[in-house]
Design a protein around this ligand. Sequence first.
Ligand SMILES: [Fe+2]
Length: 278
Amino acid sequence: MTQHTVLVAQISDLHIKAGGKLSYGKVDTLGALRQTITTLNNLNPRPDIVVITGDLVDFGREDEYQTLRDALQALAIPYYVMAGNHDDRQQLKAAFADHSYLQQHAERVEWQAECGPLRLLALDSSVPGQPYGELAAESLAWLEQELSQQPERPTLVMLHHPPFASGIAHMDRQPLRHPEALAQVIARYPQVERVLCGHLHRSIQLRFAGTLVCSAPGTSHQVALDLREEGPAHFCLEPAGFLLHCWTPQQGVVTHQCAIGEYPGPWPFFHADGTLID
Ligand SMILES: [Fe+2]
């Protein structure tokens, strides 16, 4: 790694509950977060920052945010939080009152931050009380203004709701409304290296407005892969993961999908003399 490399880990859809309660009666989301933190802390080199792209907790409750904050104390990397449809803006801001970047907007969880040469712009696509997402006209104007101010600066634009249809029908019924409005802004600014989102609890990529959109897997449960129109709203416990976005001046952003947890290995491909192990 060069000294100019910037490593941004993206985790998403933590859905933390209070009091050890399981999500949907099945998923130990807090245990999954603890495992995620261990995996992140053990990365070598460690990421410069972690961004959490929404659905921090399950029902937007104060005690859930307190449980989350307590768990995040073990994370040895600076982190930034964003709002998803399961979050409550007021409760989120109260729980993270010491996160000064959250004061950039009085109501929404919208902020800009810098990580070395890289810029991060977080949009709040949550709509209070609704599962779908929407960006306010003011949010799009703010995005345009921020992008126009530093057109040479490589930038990650982030929002919880994906601005595309995934093919998973029950998720596509709670989409980002009017994604074309976001696309019109993004298309004008080639410094946007990625649009990063969550919500889908799966790693999905597609071309969007001249850049690449990546949705992150969930840290605990995943949305079941079911591309039938009548597919039910089901989740599963496939291996959980996160995304690691590695920026270098030579290549821009390279994104790795990473598994959470411990697995056998690593083992060498080669003998000490350099020959391939047969
Ligand atoms: Fe979620």
